[in-house]
Design a protein around this ligand. Structure first.
Ligand code: SAH
Length: 285
């Protein structure tokens, strides 16, 4: 069946037929703007050799656009009430596969190997459930999965943070993590009226292009990110105070490392550049 999945009447009758009601806890805000999903799918630049992992298919509005352009699309969806809906709306696409489960709990490495062995590259595309935006992005990055691009819809404020330049006020721990693995850019903004139900905030689509070779090297990435989170944990405090109170590093040692980098003892995390973070970490551990 060829449904118009942006048409409110169509959506309502489809959802009614399957007895579905929206769950706020699962971050369910379905896209109803006719232009957004084709634009997202287009900007992913997928071809018949591209595999796409979607997170949270909903009723398949974005999935459908991805299926039209990519070689294979696997969509992870947690809410089992949507499975019969998806088999109805995407039944015509034989390059679509539903993966039942929680994106945070699946073995993604094994999943990608199993599903996309015949693809040249794998990209992630999603209108993310907002309650897990940062955890999902961090999971995708830190797991070092064989993916080349992550294009996701997130809250506008989250987009600004994720794409912030390091060493500016907008930057946070998550921006440093993104910069460590790739380059993030904001593609376009999407107003709250483009969703059903309409959320209280506006959104934006961002794209993270992952470096094929690591650009920075640290001895222990997990420990590096713990260090970064501690640096930004109390944004108003100086870096010396944040790091010493969160990680128990003596203040004198931190001041010494800052001095080594030509930085003043009163700098805050938002004043530090990516290269300086990497070197400070090296000096302190
Ligand atoms: N892509 C659809 C739906 C977006 S709403 C659209 O744009 O219209 C977010 C979707 O993510 C919902 O379908 C929700 O059920 C699903 N979801 C929420 N938490 C999830 C999780 N942990 N793992 C996988 N899917 C999840």
């Amino acid at each position: 069946m060829n449904y118009n999945l942006c048409d409110i009447k169509t959506i309502e009758s489809l959802l009614k037929k399957h007895g579905f009601t929206f769950s706020k806890a699962l971050g369910q805000n379905f896209l109803i703007d006719e232009k957004v999903c084709p634009k997202m799918a287009e900007l992913l630049c997928a071809n018949s050799k591209t595999g796409v992992l979607e997170i949270g298919a909903g009723i398949g509005v974005l999935t459908k656009e991805l299926c039209k352009r990519a070689g294979k699309v696997c969509a992870v969806e947690l809410d089992r009430r949507l499975y019969p809906v998806l088999s109805e709306t995407l039944g015509d696409y034989d390059n679509f596969e539903l993966v039942e489960g929680d994106i945070m709990k699946l073995d993604l490495k094994a999943l990608l190997e199993e599903k996309f062995s015949s693809c040249n590259s794998v990209k992630v595309c999603a209108n993310l459930p907002y309650y897990i935006t940062s955890p999902v992005i961090m999971l995708l990055l830190e797991s070092r999965l064989p993916i080349s691009e992550i294009e996701v819809m997130v809250q506008k404020e989250a987009a600004d943070r994720l794409c912030a330049e390091i060493g500016t006020r907008e930057a946070g721990a998550v921006s440093v993590a993104v910069n460590y693995f790739g380059k993030a850019e904001k593609l376009f903004e999407v107003g709250r009226e483009s969703f059903m139900p309409s959320p209280k905030v506006d959104s934006a689509v961002i794209k993270i292009t992952l470096y094929s070779e690591p650009r920075y090297s640290v001895d222990d990435e997990k420990r590096f990110f713990t260090f970064i989170r501690a640096a930004f944990a109390q944004r108003r405090k100086t870096l010396v105070n944040s790091l010493s109170s969160s990680l128990g590093i003596p203040k004198g040692k931190i001041t010494e490392a800052l001095k080594n980098e030509g930085l003043s003892a009163s700098v805050r995390a938002e004043n530090i550049t990516m290269e300086e973070f990497v070197r400070l970490y090296g000096l302190l551990y």
